[in-house]
Design a protein around this ligand. Structure first.
Ligand code: GRF
Length: 204
């Protein structure tokens, strides 16, 4: 049995990806990974209820005016170190983590983005692709580096956009794809099967 890999899931809102990860863990599909903690910057995040329901420890770390960006990141880093977290999973976490934080957890932070990067970076990946009129979009899981949505790509899944699609119907299919892909990538990471060679990621 490979050693357990403890993950932290960082959220801000709905937490449907968190739910998919929780479900995968319950079904034994997360391999040696287990959720150690859920961290939210928003006390009202539905994701927190999902964590509570699953009996998973969670903590809210709000960005107050008194805290600088760096101090905020340090607070999160402190929790992650205390919890002995091996992998940081960003799942709809709406804050950009600073360079120092990213450097401290180099190649131990992953994010899911609802577009085929490097296309349609930013907060509205699904709508931007839909309004642009692309015929194929998709979801990307990538390592987090110092930039925004710019780190090495671990996995991508394509989603076709049909003429009959509305933004709503596309969003639904996109989220479904995300919920399949994210737990899969976490399992691969936990099994030590993700190798980074320069910018390229190989699954071994
Ligand atoms: C997802 O679409 C993800 O790609 C993006 O934020 C959204 C989070 O959704 N980064 P949820 O909170 O997991 O439901």
């Amino acid at each position: 049995m490979p050693e357990k890999i403890k993950i932290a899931v960082l959220v801000s809102g709905n937490g449907s990806n968190l739910q998919a990860i929780i479900d995968a863990q319950a079904n034994g599909d997360l391999g040696p990974a287990e959720i150690g903690i859920v961290i939210s910057d928003k006390p009202e995040a539905l994701a927190l209820e999902r964590a509570a329901k699953a009996g998973i420890k969670s903590v809210v770390v709000e960005k107050t005016k008194e805290l600088s960006r760096e101090e905020y990141d340090e607070k999160i880093a402190g929790i992650l170190q205390e919890e002995e977290i091996d992998l940081i999973v960003l799942a709809g976490f709406m804050r950009v983590l600073g360079e120092k934080f990213v450097g401290a957890f180099k190649w131990k932070i992953i994010n899911i983005h609802p577009a085929l990067l490097p296309a349609f970076k930013g907060t509205h990946g699904i709508a931007d692709a839909f309004l642009y009129g692309v015929k194929v979009t998709g979801v990307t899981v990538h390592f987090v580096d110092e930039g925004v949505d710019s780190g090495p790509i671990i996995a991508q899944r394509a989603v076709k956009i049909e003429d009959t699609d509305t933004l709503g119907s596309l969003e639904e299919r996109m989220h479904h794809r995300e919920h399949e892909l994210y737990p899969e990538v976490i399992r691969l990471f936990a099994e030590g099967r993700i190798k980074l060679e320069g910018r390229k990621v190989k699954i071994v």
